[in-house]
Design a protein around this ligand. Sequence first.
Ligand SMILES: [Cu+2]
Length: 435
Amino acid sequence: MTPTFTSARKVGRLLAVVAASIVLTACAGDAELDTLNDLAGPEAQAIDRFMNWILLVSYVVFAIVLGITMYAWKNFRIKTDEYEEGDWPEQIHGNTKAELAWTAAPAIILAIVGVFTISLHSSLNSADSNQINVLVGGENVSWEPEIVVVGQQWWWEYQYHFGDVELTAQRIENLPTPDITTATQMVIPVGQEIELEITSRDVIHSHWIPSLNGKRDAVPGRQSAPWKIEADRPGVFFGQCTEFCGLSHSRMRMQVIALPMEEFQEWVTAQMQGVPLEPETQAYVEALVAGEVPSPETAEQRAVATFRGKCASCHLMEGVADDLWSEEAVADQLVAGAAPNLTHFSSRTTFAGGIRNVWDVETGEFNQNDLREWLANPADIKANFTDPVSDDDSRMRGMPNLGLSTQEIDDLVALLEATGPKPSMDIIEQTGVEG
Ligand SMILES: [Cu+2]
């Protein structure tokens, strides 16, 4: 056996292992971000059908090219032992018909694929025209379902504006205060086209819910053309930021929860309310807002005092500290100029960019452990830049360690649990993530 033969064999084996490992990495049967199965809406299904057609065309092209190559290899080769120096087969040059054929055929195929690509793309991009009636604060509002999606390091915000607001092509800083603001979880009604207006507050991110539609970049300073999603059945659909955006990019996930219209309405009604505080805590908040300095007597009052002192400069919590929160104050501290709205924190099922559970998937209990860990030192769960970014810009990315005492953490955990309303066990189970 000649040495070249053995090394060729080794290379062959190595290539086989590499190829197998590449192919097998795609083999998880229950992958959350599967683009081939579990497609739940017309947009994702249209992309899937289109992909299948292109695959079919490329299989045919592949078979033809391989066929011609094999034919040439079989019929026109010279065996080594018959070969003599200078023993060339007859050389041909120029065949107008063949050259025309192999130039025109691919051009025509690509043109056809191009026409279908552009037409699919423009249908995915078009604005929706459906209207649904939503009860907002006791009033029936006709809503053309639109949700503003804002990416920032490292979580997604979803804004619902029910009033008569022109959202398309508005810069994020010009938008009015949303009726509902959530983090990480977008709740939508089933069977409705939802238009997404996607943008970013810091760097480029990309929003992708594989079961519902393709990817769309979130670019700071501009809003994407409308991007539609629709879920044709109730369920939970996972997503992930798909544009590398810094240290914790992989921990920037999100979920869409599609609910039947009635349940969606219940969700809207609950989200429009403030935190359900005990009456004596409410009185305590009113006193604080009025400028008095009563000392806290209950655990909830202590939690409110801590929240107002240490959290309210970044986080909005309606009914607890809205008077202390301002966009300018947040922009002074955070590069993105936004922190998750905590008014209904425990109505969500995951937090910190969808990497930890708010509710225990097995017991349905409030997941105190992970929340404690987060409050004790967020960077343990999610790497961030809490140091000044540069000398002239001392703002942070992510949540800093606030040096909270055990007592403060206990109180805050109870307050965050009370924000509610608690989601159904069904949703808790479906959205559950592994920490
Ligand atoms: Cu990102």
